[in-house]
Design a protein around this ligand. Structure first.
Ligand code: NCC
Length: 489
C-alpha cells in the first residue's frame, strides 16, 4: 500500500511538472508571437546586428516579401466602397467600434490563414488564465476583421495595410500600436539602439496644435540650410570652392508658383497623374526614381532631386553617369550624429558620400548640387517629435519629408503626391521596383508614420483628393501670415 501511494505521489508530481512545462512552452510561444504574423528575419532591420541584409546595408526593415501576384485592379467600385456607400462603411464602422482600443493590425492574406489555424489549435489551452481568455477574444476579433477584409468591401489590395487603418491615416488618427508587430518591433529596436545619439530635450506640445499653428512653427524654424564651406572641417579642407556660391534658398530668386513633390511609392502606379504633375512650375523627385517608362503616372519633368548618401556611394545607382542626376538641381543628405558635429560626421558619415560629392563637383562645377546641413534635418526631426504623442524613431526624417519642407520654402503652393497613401495603397515599395515592404510607406528606420501624420494635419486639400489621388495641398511659407511672437504652449 505504502509504496503504491508513494508511486502515485511521484506520478502526480511528474504529471504536474509535465503540465507546468507544457504550459510554459505554450505561454512563451504565444507571448513571443504576440501576433499572428511571424516576424520574418527578426533582427534584420538593425544594422548593428551585422546580419546580411537583403539589399546591402539598409536603413529600413526588409523582408516580408509578398507575392506580386496579389496586386489588384483598381476600379470605381472599390473606390466607392471607401466612401459612404450604403451598408459597407456602416458595417466597417460597427466592427471598428468593436475593435476600439484593441491592438489593431493588419495581416497579409497569406498570413491570415495561419491565424485561424493558430487560434483553433491553441483554443484547447486557453481556459484557465485571464490573459489566455483575452487572447482568445482577440483572435475572434481578428477573425472577424479577416472576414471583413475578405468581404466585398475590401478586396485585399496587395497591402498589409487594412482599410480601416488607411481611413484613420487619412484622418491623422493612427498610432504605432496599429502597425504590424514587425514594424512595431523595428520602431522599438531603433529607439533602443539610438545609433545617432539622440537626446531630445524639447517637450511634446501639451495640446494638439491647429494647422495654422503648425504651419507657423514650420515657417519659423524650418530654414533650409546647406553646407557653405565656412565651417570646420570643411573650411580647413578648402571645400568652400566645391559648394555652390548661391545658397539653395536664393537659387530661384522669383520662387515658384506651384510645385509638385512626387513620392516614389508603388501606389502611384496606375494613377494617370503624370500630366497633372508636369503642369507644375517645379517638380521634386527622390533618389533613383525614374520617369522614363512611367510618364503617364509620374510625369517627366524634374526640377530638383533629393538624394540620400546611398545614391552617391552605392555603385548600383551609377551616380556619376546616370542621366537621372544630370540637368537638375541636386540636394544630398546623410544622417549625422544628433548634435550635428560636423567633424564627427565628416569622419564617420553613415555612407561616405564626401569623396563622390567632391569628384562630381570637380567634373560638373556648374550644376547646382548642395549638401544639406544636418542641423536642418535634425530641426525637422525635433518639430515632428514635439508634435507626436509617442516617441518617434531617433533617426532623421525621410527624404520625402525633407523635400516637402524645402519646396514649401521655395514655392507658393505645394502639391504632394502619394506620400500619404491613396486608396491605391500597396506594399509595393517603389513604383519602379518589384519589391514589397510596408516599411517603405509606414517607416522602420525613418519616423514616416509621424511625418505623414504631421503633413496630414497641415493638408489644405480635400479628403477626396487625398483618397483618390494621394494628393496633399500645402501653402508655401511666403504666403503664410504668422504672428511675429507666437508663443505655443
Ligand atoms: O524609398 P525612397 O526613400 O527612395 O523614397 C523616397 C521618398 O518617397 C516616400 N515614400 C517612398 C515609398 C513609399 N512606399 N512611400 C513613401 O512615402 C518617402 O517619403 C521617401 O523618403 C529616403 O528617404 O531617402 C529613402 O531612400 C531609400 C533608399 O536609400 C533609396 O531609394 C536609394 O536606394 C531608403 N531605403 C533603403 O535604405 C533600403 C528608404 O528607407 C528611404
Amino acid at each position: 500500500m505504502k509504496p503504491n501511494l508513494k508511486q502515485w505521489k511521484q506520478l502526480m508530481l511528474f504529471g504536474i511538472c509535465a503540465w507546468g512545462l507544457l504550459f510554459l512552452v505554450i505561454f512563451i510561444y504565444f507571448a513571443d508571437n504576440n501576433s499572428v504574423e511571424p516576424v520574418p528575419s527578426a533582427f534584420s532591420y538593425i544594422e548593428d546586428k551585422k546580419l546580411p541584409p537583403i539589399q546591402g546595408k539598409q536603413r529600413v526593415i526588409m523582408g516580408a516579401l509578398q507575392d506580386p501576384s496579389l496586386s489588384y485592379a483598381i476600379d470605381e467600385g472599390i473606390l466607392n466602397s471607401f466612401k459612404s456607400g450604403p451598408g459597407s462603411l456602416k458595417t466597417i464602422a460597427d466592427v471598428e467600434n468593436y475593435f476600439e482600443s484593441e491592438d489593431e493590425f493588419i495581416m497579409s492574406k497569406k498570413k491570415k490563414a495561419t491565424v485561424y489555424r493558430d487560434s483553433n489549435q491553441s483554443a484547447r489551452y486557453r481556459q484557465s488564465s485571464h490573459s489566455r481568455q483575452r487572447k482568445t477574444r482577440r483572435n475572434v476579433r481578428r477573425a472577424k476583421q479577416q472576414m471583413l477584409e475578405e468581404s466585398d468591401e475590401w478586396n485585399g489590395f496587395s497591402s498589409t495595410m487594412s482599410k480601416s487603418f488607411l481611413q484613420k491615416l487619412w484622418k491623422g488618427n493612427v498610432s504605432s500600436k496599429m502597425l504590424t508587430p514587425r514594424l512595431q518591433k523595428a520602431r522599438r529596436e531603433y529607439l533602443r539602439a539610438n545609433k545617432l545619439g539622440v537626446s531630445f530635450s524639447g517637450k511634446q506640445n501639451s495640446r494638439k496644435l491647429s494647422a495654422q499653428e503648425l504651419l507657423c512653427i514650420l515657417k519659423k524654424r524650418a530654414h533650409v540650410r546647406t553646407l557653405d564651406g565656412k565651417e570646420a572641417p570643411f573650411s580647413n579642407l578648402g571645400w568652400e570652392k566645391y559648394f555652390p556660391h548661391i545658397p539653395l534658398n536664393k537659387l530661384y530668386p522669383q520662387g515658384f508658383s506651384t510645385c509638385a513633390v512626387v513620392s516614389s511609392a508603388g501606389a502611384i502606379l496606375n494613377s494617370s497623374l503624370g500630366a497633372e504633375i508636369d503642369s507644375h512650375d517645379a517638380v521634386l523627385r527622390f533618389n533613383s526614381a525614374p520617369t522614363h517608362n512611367y510618364e503617364k503616372d509620374v510625369g517627366n519633368k524634374t526640377t530638383m532631386r533629393i538624394i540620400n548618401s546611398q545614391i552617391l556611394t552605392n555603385p548600383s545607382h551609377h551616380f556619376s553617369d546616370s542621366s537621372l542626376y544630370k540637368d537638375v538641381t541636386l540636394v544630398a543628405w546623410d544622417p549625422s550624429p544628433y548634435y550635428a558635429d560636423l567633424h564627427m560626421w565628416y569622419h564617420k558619415p553613415d555612407y561616405n558620400f564626401f569623396p563622390p560629392y567632391e569628384h562630381h563637383r570637380k567634373k560638373n562645377p556648374n550644376q547646382p548640387f548642395y549638401i544639406l546641413h544636418p542641423k536642418f534635418t535634425w530641426e525637422l526631426w525635433k518639430i515632428i517629435q514635439e508634435n507626436s504623442n509617442e516617441k518617434i524613431q531617433p533617426n532623421p526624417p525621410s527624404s520625402g519629408f525633407i523635400g516637402i519642407l524645402i519646396m514649401m520654402s521655395l514655392c507658393e503652393k505645394v502639391h504632394v503626391y502619394e506620400y500619404i497613401p491613396s486608396y491605391r495603397q500597396t506594399d509595393l515599395c517603389h513604383y519602379h521596383e518589384q519589391y514589397y515592404d510596408a516599411a517603405c510607406t509606414l517607416g522602420a528606420y525613418h519616423p514616416l508614420l509621424y511625418e505623414k501624420m504631421l503633413i496630414q494635419r497641415i493638408n489644405q486639400g480635400t479628403e477626396d483628393n487625398l483618397l483618390r489621388k494621394g494628393k496633399v495641398t500645402l501653402p508655401g511659407f511666403s504666403t503664410l501670415h504668422c504672428p511675429i511672437n507666437d508663443h505655443i504652449t
